[in-house]
Design a protein around this ligand. Structure first.
Ligand code: GRG
Length: 292
C-alpha cells in the first residue's frame, strides 16, 4: 500500500488543479469567483478529501480518478464552514492559514455570499459525478447529513452557546462529534459509498471515523495551547480568550494528551475487523500523523 506522504504528494496537486479549474468554470460573477476561490485555494491541508480518497485507495483504487470531484466537493463545504466561522458574528478572526480571512479581504457581505455559493456548488459537483445515480444520491445524502443541522451546524451552535457555560466532558465530546467529527466522518463514509462496501466494513469505518474525529479536535485544542502563531498561521490561545470549552481547559494539557492517545488507540482498534482481508496501513497512517 502506498505511503501517506506519497499519496498526498500525488493527490493534493491533482485535487488543487481540479478545484481551481472547476471554480473557474462554474462561477461567472468575477467578485464572487475571486472570493470563493481565495479561500478554497488558501493552502488547506485537504484532510477530508484525502480521507475519502484513502478509503477508495484501500478498497477500490481504480476508482480514484472518478472520485476526485467528490473529494473536492467536501473541501467546498469545509471551506464554507471556515469562512462563516471566521465572520465577526461568529469567531471574528482576522487570520486563517497565515492570510487575511475572507471577510477581511472581501468584506463581510461577500464573505457570507462566498460561503453561500460554496454549499450548493458542492452538491452540484456530486450530482455530476460519473457514478450510478444510486451511488450519487447516497453521496449527496451523506454530505448533507454531516454538514447539516443534525451535525456540523448543530455543533457550531453548541459551541457558541457553550461559550457562556462550562460543559461536561460528555457534552464537549458531543459538541466536537458534531462540529468537527461529522464532516470527517462523512468523508470516510462517502469513500465507503463509492466502493459500495458492505455493512460490516462500513460499520468499522464509521467507528474509526468517530474516534479519528475526536482525536483531530483534541489535537487542534492542544495545538492552540502549545504552538506559536507562526506555526499555526492563525492567532493562538484563542480558545481560552474566547472562553471556549476545550480538552486542555477541562482536563489540563496532560489529560488532553492522554485523551488523544485513547482516541487514537480506539480508532486503530476499530480497523481490526478489516485487517484479515484489507491492507489498512494508509488509513492507519492518518492516526500516526495525529500522534506526532
Ligand atoms: C459555520 C456552520 C459552521 C460551522 C463551522 C468547522 C467549523 C464549524 C469551525 C471551525 C472551527 C475550528 C477551528 C474547529 C477545529 C477543527 C478544525 C475544523 C480545524 C480546521 O480544519 P483543518 O485543520 O483546516 O483541516 P485546513 O486549514 O487544513 O483546511
Amino acid at each position: 500500500m502506498i505511503k501517506l506522504t506519497d499519496f498526498r504528494t500525488e493527490l493534493v496537486p491533482a485535487l488543487d488543479s481540479l478545484l481551481s479549474m472547476k471554480l473557474r468554470q462554474d462561477i461567472k460573477e468575477p467578485a464572487l469567483q475571486a472570493a470563493m476561490t481565495y479561500s478554497v485555494m488558501a493552502g488547506g491541508k485537504r484532510v477530508r478529501p484525502l480521507l475519502l480518497l484513502a478509503v477508495v485507495q484501500t478498497f477500490q483504487a481504480s476508482l480514484i480518478p472518478q472520485s476526485l470531484p467528490a473529494a473536492a466537493a467536501i473541501e467546498l463545504i469545509h471551506t464554507y464552514s471556515l469562512i462563516h466561522d471566521d465572520l465577526p458574528a461568529m469567531d471574528n478572526d482576522d487570520l486563517r492559514r497565515g492570510q487575511a480571512t475572507n471577510h477581511k479581504k472581501f468584506g463581510e457581505a461577500l464573505a457570507i455570499l462566498a460561503g453561500d455559493g460554496l454549499q450548493p456548488l458542492a452538491f452540484q459537483w456530486l450530482s455530476d459525478l460519473r457514478f450510478a445515480d444510486t451511488v450519487k444520491i447516497k453521496l449527496i445524502r451523506e454530505l448533507a447529513l454531516g454538514a447539516g443541522p443534525l451535525n456540523m451546524v448543530a455543533g457550531q451552535v453548541a459551541d457558541m452557546q457553550g461559550e457562556h457555560k462550562a460543559l461536561s466532558l460528555a457534552e464537549l465530546k458531543a459538541l466536537h462529534r458534531c462540529k468537527t467529527g461529522a464532516l470527517l466522518k462523512a468523508s470516510l463514509l462517502m469513500g465507503a459509498v463509492i466502493c459500495e462496501l458492505d455493512s460490516k466494513r462500513t460499520a468499522a469505518l464509521s467507528d474509526f471515523a468517530d474516534h479519528l474525529g475526536l482525536a483531530f479536535q483534541i489535537k487542534d485544542d492542544i495545538l492552540d495551547v502549545t504552538s506559536t502563531a507562526a506555526e499555526l498561521g492563525k492567532p493562538v490561545h484563542q480558545d481560552q480568550a474566547a472562553n471556549k470549552n476545550t480538552y486542555p481547559g477541562l482536563l489540563g494539557l496532560d489529560g488532553a494528551q492522554t485523551a488523544l492517545t485513547t482516541e487514537l488507540t480506539a480508532a486503530r482498534r476499530a480497523l481490526d475487523p478489516l485487517v484479515a482481508s484489507t491492507d489498512i496501513s494508509l488509513l492507519a497512517a492518518f492516526l500516526t500523523e495525529l500522534a506526532n
